[in-house]
Design a protein around this ligand. Structure first.
Ligand code: PDD
Length: 276
């Protein structure tokens, strides 16, 4: 299995320095890119979001984005990956451990590898459950940083409750889930939290909004409450790796009749056509 380390393809090996700032401070950004039938999906959007995340953290990416993109495409080919993901991470580099930024001469460390993974088609068709948790994250959830401890704790709690996801709320407002965006359907209209600092603007989320236009489904990028969620006609989550998963129950509360809803199914079908 090949990995990419600062622009070079090499055999996957432990190469992380103990003073890599990604390792010590979570000082870096990342992307997870879906690969379908040997082709990365929505690569341009992922590259653009990586650039934005880096800019927000004042982390300068050393390379032309087109070079990085072709390196990643080469990595997919080198590993003959058909179905799975690319994990890409950029840290602020290796320097003596001090909280402030190191000298601008310290180059970032860029690593990437691939992982074979089947799409969770059964879960997409049948749906799963979710739990509710307080959103205890910082106020810049729009940046895809390596700091994921609140997300890790939330997902662990979900798994312990045999749920697919932990849906997060700040006060009464539903934001997103531990590693996915959240949508509800009410009277045929779709609602999802606006893309501000409280959520990560998912690439899958954006694609769903785009698809809804062609499906003539009205989308409201508006915050909704926990009771709106529990009383919704349909609930689903979206993310790379998961695609679109209907949520049939949140905590002890069944969503409508506890079956995947027709709007969700319609969107899932349109999403599958992107890569089939
Ligand atoms: N996570 N919100 C959060 C907090 C996420 O971590 C993710 C994705 C999303 C959905 O974003 P996208 O559609 O671009 O994958 C929303 C990735 C998959 C991860 O950390 O593994």
């Amino acid at each position: 299995m090949q990995m990419l380390y600062n622009g070079k393809l090499m055999e996957r090996a432990p190469v992380i320095d103990i003073e890599d700032r990604g390792y010590q401070f979570g000082d870096g950004v990342y992307e997870v890119i879906g690969v379908y039938d040997g082709e990365p999906l929505m690569m341009a959007e992922h590259m653009e979001r990586l650039q934005r995340s880096a800019r927000e953290l004042r982390l300068s990416l050393p390379k032309d984005m087109n070079d990085l993109r072709s390196d990643l495409e080469q990595l997919v080919k080198a590993n003959a990956l058909q179905e799975g993901i690319i994990y890409l991470q950029v840290s602020r580099g290796i320097a003596s451990r001090d909280h402030e930024f190191p000298s601008s001469l310290v180059p970032p460390v860029i690593v990437a590898y691939t992982r074979e993974e089947k799409r969770p088609t059964a879960l997409e068709d049948q749906g799963g459950t979710a739990i509710l948790m307080d959103d205890i994250r910082w106020l810049r959830c729009d940046i895809k940083t390596l700091n994921l401890l609140p997300n890790v704790l939330a997902k662990q709690k979900a798994v312990e409750n045999h749920a697919v996801e932990a849906i997060l709320h700040r006060g009464d407002t539903v934001t997103e889930a531990s590693a996915s965006n959240v949508f509800i359907v009410k009277k045929g209209h779709l609602y999802t939290h606006p893309a501000d600092q409280y959520i990560l603007n998912g690439i899958t989320r954006r694609k769903i909004i785009e698809l809804c236009e062609t499906l003539s489904i009205k989308v409201h990028e508006e915050a909704f409450t926990v009771s709106d969620l529990l009383e919704a006609d349909e609930v689903f989550i979206s993310a790379t790796k998961l695609d679109i998963i209907p949520i049939l129950q949140v905590g002890d509360n069944m969503i409508y009749d506890g079956q995947p809803g027709s709007v969700t199914k319609q969107i899932l079908q349109a999403f599958r056509l992107l890569y089939q």
